[in-house]
Design a protein around this ligand. Structure first.
Ligand code: G3H
Length: 249
């Protein structure tokens, strides 16, 4: 089954109402390949989700950057999967390395979050990736396999998951993985899925790359056979995000 190219824009904790409206205007006016060729999902901070959803062109979609691990209730400051569904938000990013590192989200916790979000009907961009120390000690595959296993152990259906490989050392550093480095890990991840989930899931699951992707390096990365798109941080707030979307073709 052909895997449709996927480009996510993670706006992280950035933006004012005016800035958000400006980005949406740029996106709405952009000439990009059709929805049949590339799936585009942008992820503003929670407070801007309704605004962006209302203003954004209908062929692009929105994602939240997180959601609570279970049903809502007395969990001050959290936003539940049910609330996102209620607002018509189709996607959520879970397991981003910033949350794993700064908020101590463990593999298990991320696995539970992914399973709960899927059970409520959300689609999930599930993030995994190794630190520089882990890469240099040769444990990249062991780390990303353990992160993926914690998710795989808790879900039964991979139709609504995009796996985002984001090496921590490449995030926000300007130090992008080389196309060969990205391809190597994506290939191994697909093999892991084949060996541990199924050949069908391995063939159909999109594995996207994140970490210092920009308008200049996206083409070469996109040409790798196991790179099915991108999760873009900094560059998703700029005009060059449009070029990244165009790298689908
Ligand atoms: O979610 C996106 C990643 O953290 C990549 O961020 O493109 O700013 O390196 P970046």
């Amino acid at each position: 089954m052909a895997r449709k190219f996927f480009v996510g824009g993670n706006w992280k904790c950035n933006g004012t109402t005016e800035e958000v409206k400006k980005i949406v205007t740029i996106l709405n006016e952009a000439e990009v390949p059709s929805e049949d060729v590339v799936e585009v999902v942008v992820s503003p901070p929670f407070v801007f989700l309704p605004l962006v959803k209302n203003l954004l062109r209908s062929d692009f979609h929105v994602a939240a950057q997180n959601c609570w691990v279970r049903k809502g209730g007395a969990f001050t400051g959290e936003v539940s999967a049910e609330m996102l569904v209620n607002l018509g938000i189709p996607w959520v990013i879970l397991g981003h390395s910033e949350r794993r590192a700064l908020l101590n989200e463990s593999n298990d916790f991320v696995g539970d979050k992914v399973a709960y979000a899927l059970s409520q009907g959300l689609k999930v961009i599930a993030c995994i990736g190794e630190t520089l120390e882990q890469r240099e000690s040769g444990s990249t595959m062991a780390v990303v396999a353990a992160q993926t296993k914690a998710i795989a152990d808790k879900i039964f259906n991979w139709d609504n998951i995009v796996l985002a490989y984001e090496p921590v050392w490449a995030i926000g550093t300007g130090k992008v993985a080389t196309p060969a480095q990205a391809q190597e890990v994506h290939f191994e991840l697909r093999k892991w899925l084949k060996d541990n989930v199924s050949a069908e899931v391995a063939a159909s699951t999109r594995i996207i790359y994140g970490g210092s992707v920009n308008g200049a390096n996206c083409k070469e990365l996109a040409a790798q056979p196991d790179v099915d798109g991108f999760l873009v941080g900094g560059a998703s707030l700029k005009l060059e995000f449009v070029d990244i979307i165009k790298s689908a073709t």
